[in-house]
Write a protein that binds this ligand. Structure first.
Ligand code: CS2
Ligand code: MG
Length: 402
């Protein structure tokens, strides 16, 4: 099965997405998500200038060889742009192979290891009362797990608080919006949020929280300890992980489960974290960490150390990524949980899909491939809009981790 043509489709039904479409000589095509929030056009260029020319004429079934040639053949290995491009090719080729085998991707990977994929939703509010109410609305929708993020008193533009819509879209300005961060205000506030949530909803509901890279290891350890009475499912991105050993310091201070990795793009970003069992969940995902081929390696390493998957699934990862992730989640032995931020209705129209949500669980469906398509005509109606992610500064003006 020969690769005949490859398209990069940029569309913006409410937010930017980059989709790779690989067409073969047997009329089967595959789709991959190549969206890198705020850096979309860099991946478009990498694909069009450096990847597509070397793929035309290649055998679409030789996924492993193509992955190796794009990774080792690049010389300049790793990084979010390169790996998002490789991920898109890899996912599209797995989509093709599953379609050619006339089965959903999860069957091709080895069949279902569970009946459904546990997901968590994103509840947020400007304050504790609004956030508690938002968590309640997710419980009413049947979610068994909910992430809670709240505005922090005195902190402008607190992370994770939506602007009146279902889905929180942080990349919503052409130049980075400046937000403020105060660790003191945050640490004084967050335990009360989860104390209130537990008092209101009890211990059944799984509660998650995203620190979003903002604390030092010592502060993260202190927060984890303070949250232990409220038994979080996980505390995410508690401290930047370029120095993987930082998580040893956090681990020594708290038993609150730790999740990290949505910004990782290869196994080398998380090997030490996993081998030393400094984390409980790995969040690296299909669109940024090398696709199915590489995520299988990461998941297999994680399984050896009782680390489970907890894929990133924000709205800046397209339905193509979500559909592929749900197939992977249904199969992978050491599954933990899947993030699920509902896309906009316009996005769901551009990307028709077979995945479904019911009572807090999702299923990819039985459509051959990953189960997600793209309506190219409709996609063309939503031109690209330059958008960038915010930055954060401390109250003294120091540039901080957003
Ligand atoms: C967040 C994301 O979903 C999450 O866990 O960390 O919303 C993240 O901020 C965005 O995906 C960045 O593009
Ligand atoms: Mg996160």
């Amino acid at each position: 099965m020969i690769i005949k043509n490859i398209k990069v489709i940029v569309t913006s039904p409410g937010r930017n997405f980059v989709t790779l479409k690989i067409e073969t000589d047997q009329g089967i095509y595959g789709l991959g998500d190549a969206t890198l929030n705020g850096r979309e056009l860099s991946v478009v260029s990498y694909l069009e200038d450096h990847v597509i020319p070397v793929l035309i004429g290649r055998d679409a079934h030789r996924i492993q060889d193509i992955w190796a040639s794009l990774y080792k053949g690049a010389y300049w290995r790793r990084g979010p742009v390169t790996m998002s491009a490789i991920s898109a090719v890899d996912v599209a080729l797995w989509d093709i192979k599953a379609k050619a085998a006339n089965m959903p991707l999860y069957q091709l990977l080895g069949g279902a290891s569970r009946d459904g994929v546990l997901v968590y939703g994103h509840a947020n509010g400007a304050n504790i009362a609004e956030t508690v109410a938002a968590v309640g609305s997710y419980i009413d929708q049947g979610y068994k797990a909910v992430r809670a993020q709240s505005g922090i008193p005195g902190v402008k533009g607190s992370y994770g608080v939506g602007k009146g819509t279902d889905h929180y879209e942080p990349a919503d300005s052409t130049l980075p919006e400046e937000t403020v961060w105060s660790t003191t205000a945050y640490l004084n506030f967050i335990p009360e949020l989860f104390e209130t949530l537990r008092k209101t909803y009890g211990n059944e509901i799984e509660l998650l929280h995203d620190v979003h890279h903002r604390l030092t290891p010592n502060e993260a350890g202190a927060l984890g300890k303070a949250l232990e009475p409220y038994r979080l499912f996980w505390m995410e991105d508690c401290t930047p992980a370029e120095n993987q050993d930082a998580f040893r310091l956090v681990r020594e201070k708290t038993v609150t489960p730790l999740a990290v990795g949505e910004v990782f793009n290869s196994i080398h970003d998380c090997r030490r974290l996993i081998e030393n069992q400094w984390i409980d969940y790995i969040r690296a995902t299909l669109v940024h960490a090398g696709g199915v081929t590489h995520l299988r390696q990461i998941a297999s390493l994680a399984e050896l150390y009782q680390v489970r998957t907890g894929f990133h699934g924000a709205t800046d990862l397209s339905p193509v990524c979500m559909g592929t992730a749900l197939n992977f989640d249904l199969w992978v032995p050491n599954f933990g949980i899947q993030e699920y931020m509902k896309h906009s209705a316009a996005t769901d129209e551009v990307f028709p899909h077979s995945y479904t949500f019911k009572d807090g669980y999702m299923h990819p469906g039985e459509t051959p491939g990953h189960g997600v398509d793209i309506d190219e005509e409709l996609a063309a109606k939503y031109p690209y809009e330059p958008k960038q992610l915010p930055i954060a500064r401390l109250t003294d003006g120091t540039l901080w981790n957003w």
